[in-house]
Design a protein around this ligand. Sequence first.
Ligand SMILES: [Zn+2]
Length: 155
Amino acid sequence: MISEAMAGASALKTAFDMAKALKDISDAAIRNGAVIELQEKILSAQEAQFALVKRVDDLEKQVASFEAKGSQMQRYQLKDYGAGSFAYELKESEARGEPIHRACAACYQQGHISILQFSHNTEGQDWYECKRCNNMHHFGTRVPRTYSRTKTDYF
Ligand SMILES: [Zn+2]
């Protein structure tokens, strides 16, 4: 972007110098050649300006996108679901009609909100799947099953 700005400024400076020199050229053919060269310099400066305007527009859109994403991320807070199992949860104050849900902590750390989908419960833990990173996440304290077989289990 700096090089585009420098090229545009340089082309304008050259065009300005050429325009000043035009008045001293008495030969019509030489003056016409200088006018054509001057027009080329002006076009070059305009192209550099258009490139800069487009770049500024792209950057403004990028900033707006980052701001929207940051605002969306602020709607969640990290929550401990027990035994060091963490996920981000939609804040009640930020729900705006959405049900409270969990978002994958790993994806959140990478700047993405991925809603966790409940899979199943086993041994006291709730298992959720992240559709973005395809990981299963368990929440809560594991309560191992105790097996006690009685004679009736076999019939
Ligand atoms: Zn994930």
